[in-house]
Design a protein around this ligand. Sequence first.
Ligand code: SF4
Length: 423
Amino acid sequence: MPTLDTFASLYPDVPPSVMLKVDLLRHGVRLGLAPVGSRHYHHHDEQGQKPVDPRAHLEGSVILPDGTTVFVTHNANSPYTVVIDPESKHLSLREGDGGEFICKLTPGPRFSWTKERTARQTPMAAVFSPSLGGVCGPIAAFLLRYCEFVKENEECLFCSWVRMGKSHELRPDVGDLRESLAAIWKEHQAIGYLAFSGGSLLNRTKEADAFLKYMEAVCETGLPLPATVAAIQALDKPDSKRLREAGFDYACYSMEVWDEAAWQAVLPGKSRSVGRTGWMQCLGDAVEVFGSGKVLCNFVAGVETVVPGLYSSPESAADATLAGMRWCYENGIYPKYAVWVAPGGAIFSQREPAPLAYYAHFLKGRQELFAEFPMAIPATDCPHCLTQSCEADLARLDRRYSLGPATSSAWKDRHAAAHVAVS
Ligand code: SF4
């Protein structure tokens, strides 16, 4: 039976293209020669990049025929392949060794600035990265690109990029930032959001220092900024205040998994350093600083299913994470999720992805929370840039999931699609 029909018959409560999105996320795709994605600099320079298959450094998105945008990375073992027709140059998604046709694809944006260099010869794509293939042109500045938890083998077990090489440059260069951001504005004419992220230090005040330094440098460029978010380890209240005073619109302190046992198993470093209770305290304190709805908390949906004996079924694992999201809402925190992308070099990359039954249950439960809690969707989220989660797709494609602040009309006029220069 064709793939989409199979999804429709197995999971009748979820649009089949959304289940396809989840499956593409959990497995990645074989990119072949298809013109998808841009080179992603895992570190600040070219020397830092390990000489692996160059496709391992590609990140981007594809758009399904109904407009659903999906983040993609290359996985040589994925059952899915993106194929380009040599004559028409059209892309299609195919499955299995026989290459069974699933659907046509439109490639996500590939911005010309990502191939340019600054006057100092820094690749602009090492200064800012297109964030998760978002069609509205969101960008990320990765600051530390180094995680101290790796030293003791205590990194988060789903985190794929901390072992991909060594970073050299930690200080922002205002000239590089100005040239790159100016080139981005000139080409995109729209930027969905600017996220500051990347790496962790045991000394979280020192980690916050890097975010402040970068924000100061970005402000010094004198160029306009979209909504900004600091995706950083949970900070104590005085450091949250410093972030807010530096001009960040949102702070994102991600719990990643909910239960204490899942914390111990999946986040060994964070469990030892801050601990789940300490993290939740920081989240609550940050709401006092940033305000209700301005503190975000991400969950890596599905990774908790890997913990042996913790949950009796995929559905009970999903319910646990939904309980975590409910706690967030009750405490003024906006809960986000990303489908767990298993392949890619993390310690858990050889594990089986979470079952689709998990997602069929989880996605419905997450939409139902929109009906219960009136908290506004953050300015950083839109249907174009939620490439790793399905809130906007479900609201758009199925009236049953167009609920509360996530009604389909609420998503409509969010970020504009970014313009792509023809190179
Ligand atoms: S997600 Fe975990 S392992 Fe990855 S950089 Fe952050 S703290 Fe380190």
